[in-house]
Design a protein around this ligand. Structure first.
Ligand SMILES: C[S@@+](CC[C@H](N)C(=O)[O-])C[C@H]1O[C@@H](n2cnc3c(N)ncnc32)[C@H](O)[C@@H]1O
Length: 365
């Protein structure tokens, strides 16, 4: 049977590849901290919610890490899942039926898969494969996956909502690069894009997961009832925005370039995820909770401003370069660093909220 064509156009914003000092691999200890914070929840989830009796006929347990980037975080995440599944089989005295593991590392085509595969843990006990493409589209055959994981990836939208870059639209986001401090029409356009994308994500996974299969989502989001303007993500985007506007004032970039630049990210609340899952109807939410906050002190001994600038550069350099060109990169990130150096306290930045959600694929009639 031919593969189902559910290809949703999706723009790619890969993290900085390679293993240089500026790379994502070397500047993602914050995201690693979040994966560590979710480890116990993954183990408990497998113990309580993985229905191995459904899978015993399968000799291969298939895991997909969506939005894996270049590593090494994805390897820790995958290891946590495999450990959790092993423990579950052992507790049920099913050692002899322990399946082989196959892991699919997914990201956009332009992700640096070479760096990822060159650094696969040599002692891994799973078969590894790359699956390139957007997770807002179908990536796998019907009922072929048992466990899907995505960490720090689902806040990326498939694209910037079109109305926010349309000068004739009431949602045109002139002079701003994010929706959090913008007019209602802009917020609405981002909310609509998020809802459409999340439905595509759930629809695709509903086909790809076996009945009883699990999705663990670890995401950067906002608490229920928190205004978009009150989030840490809003502070961070305002910081980037102010550096770009400074560059307009000094003539390094044009005003129109900032008017047409927007961050393709949306930070959902647990309630919004619930609404998306209810609307889709193929999954139950088995668990949803906020993860402990990550203090920057846990991320190494370098100055906080440096850690934060390097992390922002590893995640946003590709976007900035694609829109404004390579020439501004050093000036831009130097000015981000300078503004961060002037911060008296990083308390607000350290209150960024992250969530864990576990979804289970319901039986279809
Ligand atoms: C911040 S990185 C997270 C990487 C890793 N999961 C971690 O926790 O360190 C987000 C990754 O999601 C990927 N991504 C964003 N949107 C995607 C999409 N629609 N399909 C596949 N990957 C996507 C990006 O390319 C990027 O590599």
């Amino acid at each position: 049977m031919a593969a189902e064509q559910t290809s949703k156009p999706s723009k790619a914003y890969p993290m900085k590849g390679g293993d240089s000092v500026d790379s994502y691999s070397n500047n993602s200890s914050y995201q690693r901290g979040v994966i560590d914070a979710a480890k116990e929840l993954i183990i408990e989830s497998a113990a309580k919610k993985l229905d191995t009796t459904n899978f015993v006929s399968s000799t291969t347990f298939r895991i997909a890490d969506l939005g894996c980037s270049t590593g090494p975080n994805t390897f820790f995440a995958v290891q946590n899942i495999i450990e959790a599944v092993r423990l579950k089989y052992e507790c049920q005295e099913l050692h002899s039926q322990l399946p082989e593991f196959q892991v699919f590392f997914n990201d956009h085509v332009s992700n640096d898969f070479n760096t990822l595969f060159a650094s696969l843990p040599p002692d891994r006990r799973y078969y590894a494969a790359a699956v390139a493409g957007s997770f807002y589209s179908r990536l796998f055959p019907n009922a072929s996956l048992h466990f899907v994981h995505a960490s720090y990836a689902i806040h990326w939208l498939s694209e910037v909502p079109k109305p926010v870059v349309d000068k004739t639209s009431p949602a045109w986001n002139k002079g701003r690069i994010y929706y959090s401090n913008s007019k209602d029409e802009v917020v609405k356009a981002y909310e609509t894009q998020f809802a459409e994308d999340m439905e595509c994500f759930l629809q695709a996974r509903a086909k790809e997961l076996v009945t009883g299969g699990l999705i663990a989502l670890v995401f950067s989001g906002r608490r229920n009832g928190t205004l978009h303007s009150q989030t840490t993500q809003s502070m961070t985007s305002s910081l980037l925005e102010s550096c770009l506007l400074d560059m307009v004032r000094t003539g390094k970039i044009k005003e129109e370039e900032v008017d047409s630049f927007n961050l393709p990210a949306y930070h959902m609340s647990p309630e919004e995820l619930e609404a998306a899952v209810d609307g889709n109807g193929c999954f139950s939410i088995e668990r949803m909770e906020e993860l402990p906050l990550i203090a920057m002190g846990e991320l190494g001994s370098l100055p906080k401003a440096q850690i934060m600038t390097s992390s922002l550069r590893a995640t946003t350099e590709g976007l900035i370069k694609a829109h404004f060109g390579e020439a501004i990169l050093n000036d831009f990130f130097n000015s981000v660093r300078k503004k961060l150096d002037e911060q008296v306290s990083f308390t607000e930045f350290e209150s960024q909220t992250n969530f864990f959600a576990l979804l289970k694929h319901k039986a279809t009639d």
